[in-house]
Design a protein around this ligand. Structure first.
Ligand code: GLU
Length: 453
């Protein structure tokens, strides 16, 4: 493990002490700190103004009770969170995650990452994140609605177009954003479109927002491949997950001439040696809200369903060029990374937030695999949220083609910023360093300009 700069080590020790038990947050902070040694050495003004200490402490953390009544008439209690991490560049911005594993440490790791990701987009958005330990799995639409209404009944007082703008994440899609927006509108008596992003197209949403994270990850991977005169054309690809990010990463890879041969959910993996049937996958996941086992049943002999297996081990049996982890944090282990490297993978881009363990990232970078960290590779989602806010502010709606063009341009810009920053700091091709420093300096400079607040 690389050593931290002597000025940074005590700050990290303090992060560990003040945020005991929040292991994902520690992991996210350490990953950024490992990149910042030379930045601190080169720019003493950051240390003088205690920027690192301040950047690790959220501006505001809200934890609240979410009571609701299930279909059987029983009272259920969940815990709601919103961590408003940094607003130096704009209103807090970041999604809501509904998943039983959510606790404060999850939301803080996601919020911390979001600060740098959002900065890297070059758009005027700060960073925050929220969610709940509510488990949407198996819940009826009426239960989801009652939960969302109760969640917003507390959250509404903390958010606003100029304050904090939530969106979706795992477990929160268009349906949930609809229920949340409806309750916000009812409580405040305001049609404040830009208070949430990821809205439906006919009530203030943006075209391409649904596709943006997955498309953006594929665009970013394509930019990385181009630096080695390669492309998706003719490539074989693994995409983990089968939620919104994964589905649209698969779509874009197919449009760019690649073949995605496998994807996964929390119960198993489907491996279709000749490529996934995206139309069927979308029908099962988006329309029927089913599982991958249902997809495999419908697809018959073209599909090999493997319960409880790791998607990355598929690289052992068939040649894979690119891996796009699009499921969840720490889903790609050191051992998985070794399998991918040993079998000749050339690029990995993180569609999810922090899906690769720190050891896996080291294995990729040591093997000179092109590695695009989530802060850069999955920033297309939040960037398109910022485009949705622009459309809301001007009461306009853009065409699909125009919005997608803007997304592509933003992803190219993020790629360029990573490459240039890595070059400037003497580590060409190190996208982790480029993303961390590129995001950090933009936030840090704004914090310096705004004084000690
Ligand atoms: N949850 C997404 C992310 O991790 C999107 C956030 C947003 O659109 O505000 O970046």
């Amino acid at each position: 493990m690389p050593e931290l700069h002597p000025r940074i080590q005590p700050i990290f020790d303090e992060v560990l002490r003040r945020n005991a038990g929040e292991v994902e947050f520690h992991q996210a902070a350490l990953e950024v700190f490992e990149s910042l040694g030379r930045v601190i050495a080169k720019n003493p003004q950051y240390a003088e103004a205690s920027i690192l200490e301040r950047i690790c402490e959220p501006e505001r953390q809200i934890i609240f009770r979410v009571p609701w009544v299930d279909d059987a008439g029983r009272v259920q209690i969940n815990r709601g969170f919103r961590v408003e991490f940094n607003s130096a560049l704009g209103p807090f911005k970041g999604g809501l995650r509904f998943h039983p594993s959510v606790y404060l440490g999850t939301i803080k790791f996601l919020g911390f990452e979001q600060v740098f990701k959002n900065a890297l987009t070059g758009m005027p958005i700060g960073g925050g994140k929220g969610g709940s330990d509510f488990d949407p799995k198996g819940r009826s639409t009426a239960e989801i609605m009652r939960f969302c209404q109760s969640f917003m009944t507390e959250l509404y007082r903390h958010i606003g177009e100029y304050t904090d703008v939530p969106a979706g994440d795992i477990g929160v899609g268009g349906r949930e954003i609809g229920f949340l927006f409806g309750q916000y509108k009812r409580i405040t008596n305001r049609y404040e479109s830009a208070v949430l992003t990821g809205k439906g197209i006919n009530w203030g949403g943006s075209l391409v927002r649904t596709e943006a994270t997955g498309y953006g990850a594929a665009f970013f991977a394509q930019e990385m491949l181009k630096t080695r005169e390669q492309s998706f054309d003719g490539s074989r690809v693994l995409v983990s997950g089968s939620g919104n990010v994964a589905l649209y990463a698969i779509e874009k890879v197919h449009q760019m001439g690649g073949t995605v041969v496998a994807c996964s959910d929390s119960s198993g993996v489907v491996y279709d040696a000749d490529g996934l049937d995206l139309d069927l996958l979308r029908q099962v996941k988006e329309v029927d809200r089913g599982r991958l086992s249902d997809y495999a049943d419908a697809r018959g002999s073209a599909s090999d369903y493997r319960a409880d297996s790791s998607i990355w081990s598929i690289a052992d049996a068939t040649h894979i060029d690119v891996a796009l982890p699009c499921a969840t944090q720490n889903e790609l282990s050191d051992a998985d990374a070794r399998v991918l490297v040993d079998n000749g993978v050339v690029a990995v881009a993180e569609g999810a937030n922090m899906p690769c363990t720190p050891g896996a990232v080291r294995i990729f970078t040591d093997a000179s695999v092109l590695f695009g960290p989530g802060k850069a590779a999955n920033a297309g989602g939040v960037a398109t949220s910022a485009l949705e806010m622009q459309q809301n502010a001007s009461r306009d709606s853009w065409t699909f083609a125009h919005t997608e063009e803007r997304l592509e341009e933003i992803m190219r810009g993020i790629h360029e910023r990573c490459v240039e920053t890595a070059d400037e700091y003497g580590e060409p091709g190190n996208y982790v360093l480029g993303a961390n420093i590129g995001g950090f300096t933009r936030v840090a400079d704004a914090m310096l300009a705004l004084g000690v607040i």
